[in-house]
Design a protein around this ligand. Structure first.
Ligand SMILES: Nc1ncnc2c1ncn2[C@@H]1O[C@H](COP(=O)(O)OP(=O)(O)OP(=O)(O)O)[C@@H](O)[C@H]1O
Ligand SMILES: [Mg+2]
Length: 258
């Protein structure tokens, strides 16, 4: 099986933001491999280092130590980005553009020829079900529509690897289901999807493998079914166990404060 994404002993430190402050270690010795055609869930509590790792894959953040490779190319080289589609955690699109214009803008950055770009714009808008709103300004879109416009943007270069940072965050159940269906369709087309999420039920249904990160370190990794069988728990319980979560407050404490 071809390795699409390889992270090798990655460390990411951020410089201190103020005098007397220490460096922030966001990712600490992360090693991970994702194979062609896999849907891989990248999990971890807030601040675990998921987005920082993804930003290294995109070349936005340089590794402090270690390295990452996309299709064998070091992510420090801009050419590594050619086969990636990326949906950032927070999407800030030009509010004066409509979906069609947004896609044309990104398509031109990738150097897609005009006729082919027209064809792709139609195809991705159909896939994310935004054909009806293609000429509406993105600023008038609902959160779910904006997220789907972001997905269309991530798909415009027909990438082999999708890196999606919380693609279902803030979406209603229908919006989440639609994103799940899109991920499933991409997988059926042979694409590889590497995404972060806090929706563990949904991760359990669509992922082939997952990794759980905590405080920058890899705590657990494997096939969802194997983790569930090994721990004899559902994925949410496995997650809470491996990050060492212990409930500190019971509802009893709230009802009867000391
Ligand atoms: N630009 C930055 N400068 C300094 N520290 C940062 C920066 N970006 C992230 N961090 C810190 O690095 C750690 C990891 O952050 P990161 O955004 O990678 O986590 P995450 O797993 O994506 O969290 P979330 O689930 O909340 O999105 C956090 O402690 C965060 O405060
Ligand atoms: Mg994040």
């Amino acid at each position: 099986m071809e390795s699409v994404l390889k992270i090798d002993n990655l460390r990411v430190e951020y410089r201190p933001t103020g005098r007397g402050q220490a460096c922030k270690v966001a990712v600490d010795g992360l090693t991970l491999e994702v194979n062609q055609g896999e849907v891989f869930g990248f999990l971890g509590p807030n601040g675990a280092g998921k987005s920082s790792s993804m930003k290294v894959l995109l070349g936005f953040v340089p590794p402090t130590a270690g390295a990452a490779y996309i299709f064998g190319v070091n992510t420090c080289q801009p050419i590594a980005r050619q086969r990636i589609g990326y949906l950032p955690e927070l999407t800030y699109y030009y509010k004066f553009l409509n979906a069609e214009e947004l896609l044309r803008f990104y398509g031109r950055i990738f150097g897609i020829a005009p006729a082919e770009l027209d064809r792709r714009i139609d195809a991705v808008l159909k896939l994310v079900e935004l054909e009806h709103a293609r000429r509406k300004l993105i600023k008038t879109y609902s959160k779910g529509m904006q997220q789907r416009a972001g997905l269309a943007q991530a798909l415009i270069n027909n990438p082999d690897l999708l890196i999606l940072d919380e693609p279902t965050s803030g979406l209603d159940p229908i919006g989440r289901m639609k994103v799940r269906e899109i991920i499933q369709r991409l997988k059926n087309e042979g694409k590889t999807v590497f995404f972060s999420s806090h929706e563990l039920g949904e991760v359990e249904t669509i992922c082939d493998r997952v990794a759980i990160l905590h405080e920058g370190r890899l705590k657990e990794e494997g096939k969802v079914a194997d983790l569930i069988a090994r721990h004899q728990m559902n994925l949410e319980q496995v997650f809470l166990k491996v990050i060492g979560y212990e409930p500190t407050t019971t509802t009893d404490d709230i009802a009867h404060p000391v």
